[in-house]
Design a protein around this ligand. Structure first.
Ligand code: RUG
Length: 828
């Protein structure tokens, strides 16, 4: 504080006070923000002005709590979580923050008195798409739960200037457009350039003598500034506000100036662009060497900035680093932040002058790792050549960690060279590389999978030797989703119905949904529940009409498959089912009157460099075009594929769904979280015994879940026997007809070549065994059709799905993390 307290205005000494939340006060604040922040009168304001002024008003209400929480967390120095994640798929903020601050009603009334419709401003917000899919959305759910449960924590990540691409379709094919989400301003962020960190790259290491001890140090070649942007993460109506800190890359001025002064302006701009590219785009294309390098830069950039930020700014003066394990746990969300491990060691040893053993003892207690996959190709490895060029000191540290680990492995398991090679953090083949999942496993205090089956398969297969070496290190935390966004906000009608039945409080104690079970037997409640579904279907229909010019027919079962496009998720299986029904009708083997009216809704983005996934998107659109316009179907089968599926659209689609498609090959989907959102909103699942489907089925019961397909052991067995997709093609007439119809060019205006790669892949490779599960899937769909005919029974099942899936709240996941991994009690 600049002056002695006695000379300051009393207001300067007062804590920040939240404004009273009356509609009049709200109007006053809103107009003040409109006039003074935006510089416009209400009469001249644009929708963007009004949205920004509203966002600022909501911020004002949260500010006092936020400042107080930040102060309090620093003061008490309780153990907290640093959640390190390259992705946060946040969704729109306005509605969430209004709900958290309990201001929705006041804001609605206040805006209405100014002639403004809150819905119009809601629609104006561009969601920050800083994630690709489930992993990023999980991180967003977790920070919501951490704040709601008052756990001392901070989320760290990257403020990508362009988030996940905006998907459009041209002639049915995916075209990616940049997602300029910041173009009209982001009212939820607070830039803190004064808290920037300098992040170094490249160069070499050198040995030096430190009082008779030879040590190594890093002499980097270039650096960038990491500028933090803080975001409020309000807890649900609990007066708590946590922080999400996202880093943005800015060229260092020293770097620029040197080049500018030498007169080479082009070089200066090039250098600036190079530095700032680091936070330019979410997951840049990594099929080129340049893309890969940028991705490693991104990862190091954000974890190095976060570790420094924590050590420099969050610890009390004179903090003894030996006590760090009682103060912090860094949770590594997948392999993307794992380079934090050698960075932490480097900081402790090279900058804070700890000995190796002391630094390693601390590090091993301060990190924990969540693995989100079983697909070998998704476990990141970095070529030693690249890592050594970009982060030479880190590579030295990794080598030493590995050397010491392998000594221990040999001591324990003997000189089994194959085992040692298999467990080495350094892979020798096909290119010498660092296996980041292994590094995280060796360094982490705990390693968790994200659903029971997934965690079991990690222990039994992917990381089997590590489980034997580190007994007790592996655990499970089944994923969860926040009921605030995915029930309260996405499904207000169902929320009201639930509250009317069981009272308030379930949004923070989701197991209370169990109290709904008896209502499944109550005809009046069932009617009300079915009414809510109908309202949600109408709302979705309006959204799709306005957004995409698409109509959803009344009375159709909404059969929904929304998730990233990946072969293992098997959108192709769903396509084959649609083609089977279509082929049955046009060939006259199925009477059209026997087709249960259905609309299949897809939502899926394919990674820009994933050619097969893009072909599958093309196929879905092509099948839709034919099926939707063939009069022989009499409108009883429709395919709808709105482009650019994102969190905002999810919030409309999920509450309207009748049937949730969770049809991955068993053993491939780590967990899934969409599956939980659908069940919680009263959709019935058709699914394999994979990921969290297993737990969903156990909870809702076999009668309310449509199981099909091989189990994971059956998949392994078939694979070991030698899977031959042609055998299934030959043996199943329906399958043959469906594949032949696609191959014939029926969905590509007679051009057989268009989908030839898809057909060939199915017949000769079919890595994810679509053909093997086809018959079982079609049979399960027939059971769905039969069940849907009895609407009372269907609604009963839907209610039981809601009542029995309270387990999947992300609050429960966070409780499990606290109990099994973090040991960070909530702050009172
Ligand atoms: O594919 C998984 C989902 O099964 C899971 O639900 C989600 C959150 O745990 O993470 C997804 N995931 C996995 N996203 N990226 C990866 C690659 O490791």
């Amino acid at each position: 504080m600049p002056e002695s307290h006695s000379s300051l205005h009393p207001l300067a000494l007062a804590p920040v006070i939240a404004p009273p939340s009356t509609a009049d006060e709200f109007v006053e604040r809103f107009l003040h923000n409109l006039n003074f922040d935006r510089g416009v009168a209400l009469s001249a304001s644009s929708a963007n002005d009004r949205y920004l002024a509203l966002a600022h008003t909501v911020r004002d209400y949260l500010m006092a709590r936020w400042l107080e929480d930040v102060r309090h967390q620093k003061e008490v120095q309780a153990k907290g979580v640093c959640y390190l994640s390259a992705e946060y798929l946040l969704g729109r903020q306005l509605d969430n923050n209004l709900l958290a601050a309990d201001l929705t009603e006041v804001a609605t009334e206040a805006l209405a008195s100014c002639g403004i419709d809150l819905d119009e401003l809601r629609a104006h917000e561009v969601e920050p798409g800083l994630g690709n899919g489930g992993l990023g959305r999980l991180a967003a759910c977790f920070i919501d739960s951490l704040a709601t449960m008052a756990v001392p924590s901070i989320g760290y990540g990257i403020r990508y200037e362009y988030g996940i691409f905006r998907q459009t379709f041209v002639d049915g094919q995916q075209v990616e457009q940049p997602d300029a989400w910041l173009a009209l301003g982001s009212p939820w962020e607070f830039a803190r350039p004064e808290d920037a960190q300098t992040i170094a790259f490249g160069g070499h290491t050198e040995k030096y003598d430190d009082e008779g001890v030879t040590r190594s140090r890093w002499v980097p070649a270039w650096n960038v500034q990491a500028v933090p942007y803080n975001y409020m993460v309000p807890g649900f109506q609990n007066g708590r506000v946590n922080t999400l800190r996202l880093w943005s890359a800015v060229a260092t001025s020293a770097f620029d100036l040197r080049i500018f002064n030498s007169g080479d302006y082009e070089e200066a701009v090039r250098a600036q662009t190079y530095a700032e590219n680091i936070s330019k785009v979410l997951y840049p294309e990594d099929s080129t060497p340049q893309g890969k390098e940028l991705r490693l830069q991104q990862q190091y950039f954000f974890v190095a900035a976060s570790i420094h930020d924590f050590l420099d700014n969050m610890l009390a003066d004179g903090f003894d680093l030996a006590n760090l394990p009682e103060r912090v746990i860094f949770q590594l969300n997948d392999t993307h932040p794992v380079i934090a491990v050698p960075e932490f060691m480097r900081v402790l040893i090279d900058e804070r002058h700890l000995e190796w053993d002391a630094a390693w003892a601390i590090t091993r207690q301060c990190f924990a790792y969540t693995c989100h996959t079983l697909l070998p190709e998704a476990l990141e490895v970095w070529p030693v050549e690249l890592l050594g060029r970009l982060l030479p000191r880190h590579l030295e540290i990794i080598y030493r960690i590995n050397d010491e680990f392998l000594v221990a492995v040999r001591e324990r398991f003997g000189d089994d060279e194959m085992l040692v090679r298999n467990m080495s953090i350094i892979a020798e083949h096909p290119v010498r590389s660092v296996r980041m999942a292994y590094l995280a496993t060796v360094a982490g205090a705990k390693v968790n999978g994200v659903a029971e089956l997934h965690s079991q398969l990690l222990r039994d297969k992917v990381l089997h030797d590590f489980d034997a070496f580190f007994p007790g290190k592996f655990t499970n935390v089944t994923n969860g989703v926040t009921p605030r966004r995915f029930l309260r906000l996405a499904n207000p009608e169902l929320s009201s119905l639930i509250t009317a039945a069981i009272g308030d409080g379930w949004a923070t104690d989701l197991e209370r949904l169990r109290e709904l079970e008896p209502f499944a037997e109550d005809a009046e409640f069932r009617t009300a529940f079915a009414g809510v579904k109908a309202v949600n279907k109408r709302r979705l229909s309006e959204v799709l009409r306005e957004r995409d010019g698409v109509e959803i027919s009344d009375g159709h079962m909404l059969d929904v498959m929304v998730k990233r496009l990946h072969e293992y998720k098997r959108q192709l299986l769903k396509v084959l089912h649609i083609v089977t029904t279509y082929e049955g009708v046009i060939s006259g083997r199925i009477a059209v009157s026997d087709v249960v009216p259905r609309t299949a809704i897809f939502g899926a983005k394919a990674a820009p460099g994933y050619a097969m996934a893009k072909r599958i998107i093309h196929l879905i659109n092509a099948v839709g075009e034919v099926v939707n316009t063939d009069p022989r179907l009499e409108g009883r089968l429709k395919v709808v594929f709105p482009p650019n599926y994102n969190v905002t659209l999810a919030e409309r689609v999920i509450p309207a769904a009748d049937l949730s498609e969770q049809i991955s090959l068993a053993g491939k989907e780590a967990s899934g979280t969409g599956n939980m959102k659908f069940a919680l909103n009263g959709a019935l699942t058709i699914g394999t015994d994979d990921g969290a489907n297993v737990e969903i089925r156990e909870l809702v019961g076999d009668d309310h879940f449509y199981l099909f397909g091989m189990s994971e052991p059956e998949v392994s067995e078939l694979s070991a026997r030698g899977y031959r997709p042609q055998d299934f093609y030959q043996a199943d007439e329906g399958l043959r007809r469906a594949i032949d119809l696609i191959a014939s060019g029926a969905f590509s205006r007679g051009d057989r070549s268009v989908f030839e790669p898809v057909v060939s892949n199915l017949l000769y490779e079919d890595r994810f065994m679509v053909l093997a599960d086809y018959a079982s899937y079609v049979a399960a769909q027939e059971r769905v059709d039969a069940a849907y005919a009895d609407q009372e029974a269907w609604t009963r099942s839907a209610i039981l799905n809601v009542a029995r899936t309270g387990f999947f709240s992300s609050d429960r996941s966070i409780r499990d993390y606290i109990d099994r991994i973090w040991h960070t009690p909530p702050l009172v």
